[in-house]
Design a protein around this ligand. Structure first.
Ligand code: GLN
Length: 244
């Protein structure tokens, strides 16, 4: 089996080392004997939507988002739509998450997003939403907890889209409605960044299984791994979120 990952703007959208999430996916595939292939897709690059099973875009500062947003629409929007509709797994984090929506508005300017999901982000007055966060997620028919860290000025509000989870501790999409992230088809957007996947190995495995199903037409039963370090990382992140 083989998982084909497309890394969108790995140099521009990589705040807090979001790229480490890709290494984590790679190791979990290799430990199970699954081939893993990463293709970088930067400014000006187009991609074949049928050639990838998991698309990843990390976080970025406002200026990084401004730098890539035009290119994202011009060279990648069509392929992103096709990939989403075909059931490819998509994970977008923080600044990348914001760009999945209609726009990110700040200082009177609206940066147009991909319009892949029904959400909008506005840099409203008020402090940045920073700190440890934990959310409750219902995925694969199970109740799960996602624990991590958020740092964003933008407040995201969902239209008809489904939130990824409910905030247990922290701010989430906007600090008001109690929702975090978005989920639609096999797309996931979230504000939890940095080592999101190492702290939540179950989400890494969910993405791997979804990607393999996209490629091979059948959802595999992934072999369990020795996850004591990952479990400890998850518990530490959750304890930090509980402590506020
Ligand atoms: N620039 C965005 C904001 O502050 C996203 C930041 C990020 O990716 N950490 O809202």
């Amino acid at each position: 089996m083989k998982l084909r990952l497309l890394s969108l703007y790995p140099d521009q959208m990589n705040i807090y080392a979001d790229r480490g999430n890709i290494l984590f996916l790679q190791h979990r595939c290799e430990w199970r004997g699954i081939d893993f292939e990463v293709t970088r897709c930067g400014p000006g690059d187009r991609f074949d939507p049928e050639a990838f099973d998991l698309l990843y875009m990390g976080g970025g500062q406002d200026r990084d988002q401004k730098a890539v947003a035009g290119d994202l629409i011009e060279t990648k929007q069509q392929s992103m739509r096709i990939a989403k509709e075909s059931g490819a797994a998509i994970l977008a984090v923080c600044g990348g998450y914001q760009l999945l929506g209609e726009y990110y508005e700040l200082e009177g300017e609206a940066i147009a997003g991909l319009g892949l999901v029904d959400l909008r982000t506005v840099r409203e007055p008020g402090p940045r939403l920073i700190g440890p966060v934990a959310i409750k997620v219902d995925l694969d028919g199970r109740d799960r907890v996602l624990a991590g860290f958020e740092n964003h000025g933008g407040r995201t509000r969902l239209g008809a889209a489904t939130p990824l989870g409910k905030v247990m501790h922290g701010f989430g999409n906007n600090g008001e409605d109690g929702f975090e992230g978005v989920r639609e088809d096999n797309l996931i957007g979230t504000y939890l960044h940095g080592p999101l996947l190492p702290k939540n190995a179950w989400l890494a495995d969910h993405l791997i299984a979804t990607g393999l199903e996209h490629h091979h037409g059948e959802r595999p039963d992934l072999e369990p791994l020795e996850d004591s370090l990952e479990q400890a990382a998850h518990e530490a992140a959750l304890a930090a979120a509980r402590a506020g």
